[in-house]
Design a binder for this molecule. Structure first.
Ligand code: SAM
Length: 317
């Protein structure tokens, strides 16, 4: 289905939970979140009905996210059922990786073909600081498990934070020479109340290129990242610039939150509820939401924070 600006909407991100086993400073408050009532959240059956409704309108690609999707007890079942919905060609997942040692193979068997794993630093102390409670060794074990499990594609996501990990850009990029995976650098987005980062924390994607003089541009793959490659590398470097050079004109996605709200734009407060609706009702909401998708997300910087009204863990990134 096309929106009012001629964009073909074929990609839906589903957040299956707001809960997470980490507390990343840019993503969620230290205390976690005020847990919502079970009956206010989408059930597994409702999530699958939403996928069927979305597929009937032309959604072919799904990304399962969170919170941390792997803390959800029925995550493998959700992925298996979503992958089996007619019209769905690709199921991808975004995770912090810490639970991949036990779940990577079941997820591949369930039909998840691609996985994005968050990794902001290669320093154990800094990992503890940014995640507030995580261990780098657990994330590293998850990445190893993903490499062994046979996903078609693995990408590591690093959020760029000035004074925290900008000195690690070359070391993170070097992983693309050591392993068959992509490393993507994502500009820090000023969300609702996540983190107390000042303007100095924002690092535009161009800084990555300054720090990687060997990187050469390579052909785009249809995604939102600008792609580069280091000589001899097995994977690409991706640069994602929602703040300094937004890609709204090419945005092909909608988002569904764990409490059943459709968000046609990550940074807009507009939400349309699917909770409690049957498939026809969901199709009608989806159609309306897609037609009301804004042309762009508006200015985004330290002064103009996101209008999403939620932190990233409550949307899914
Ligand atoms: N828990 C999973 C994870 O860690 O990847 C999935 C959910 S997380 C919200 C999805 C992605 O959003 C992660 O790659 C994370 O780094 C990114 N993210 C969260 N807050 C962000 C922010 N303020 N700016 C940029 N990226 C952010």
């Amino acid at each position: 289905m096309k929106d009012n600006y001629g964009r073909e909407i074929n990609y839906m991100r589903i957040s299956v939970t707001e809960l997470c086993n980490l507390r990343c400073r840019y993503c969620m408050p230290e205390d976690g979140i005020c847990k919502k009532a079970h009956e206010d959240m989408l059930t597994e059956d409702e999530m699958i009905t939403a996928v069927e409704a979305a597929a009937s309108l032309g959604i072919t690609k799904l990304r399962i996210t969170g919170g941390e999707p792997l803390v959800k007890k029925n995550i493998v079942s959700i992925c298996r059922r979503a992958a089996a919905v007619p019209g769905i060609r690709e199921v991808c997942l975004t995770t912090n990786g810490t639970l991949l040692p036990q779940l990577a193979r079941p997820l591949v068997d369930a039909g998840v073909s691609r996985v994005n794993i968050s990794l902001d630093t290669l320093d154990a102390e800094k990992f503890r600081y940014i995640s507030r409670c995580g261990e780098l060794s657990q994330a590293a074990a998850g990445i190893r498990a993903a490499l062994d499990a046979g996903f078609e594609k693995i990408k590591l996501n690093a959020v760029l934070i000035g004074g925290f990990n900008d000195d690690e850009i070359p070391a993170l990029a070097e992983l693309t020479r050591q392993y068959p995976l992509d490393v993507r650098f994502i500009e820090l987005m000023p969300m609702y109340d996540s983190g107390d980062f000042g303007p100095e924390a924002f690092i535009p994607y161009t800084v990555v290129l300054d720090k990687l003089p060997e990187a050469v541009p390579v052909e785009q793959d249809g995604g939102v990242a600008r792609l580069y490659r280091l000589p001899g590398a097995q994977g690409n470097i991706g640069l994602i610039s929602p703040v300094s050079a937004h890609f709204c004109a090419a945005c092909n996605r909608i988002r569904l939150t764990a409490d059943g709200k459709l968000k046609p734009c990550l940074h807009s407060g507009d939400e349309y509820s699917l909770k409690g609706k049957d498939c026809d009702g969901m199709v009608a909401e989806l159609r309306g939401a897609i037609l009301r998708k804004p042309s762009w997300h508006g200015a985004l910087d330290a002064v103009n924070r996101s209008h999403a009204g939620r932190n990233m863990n409550q949307i899914g990134g």
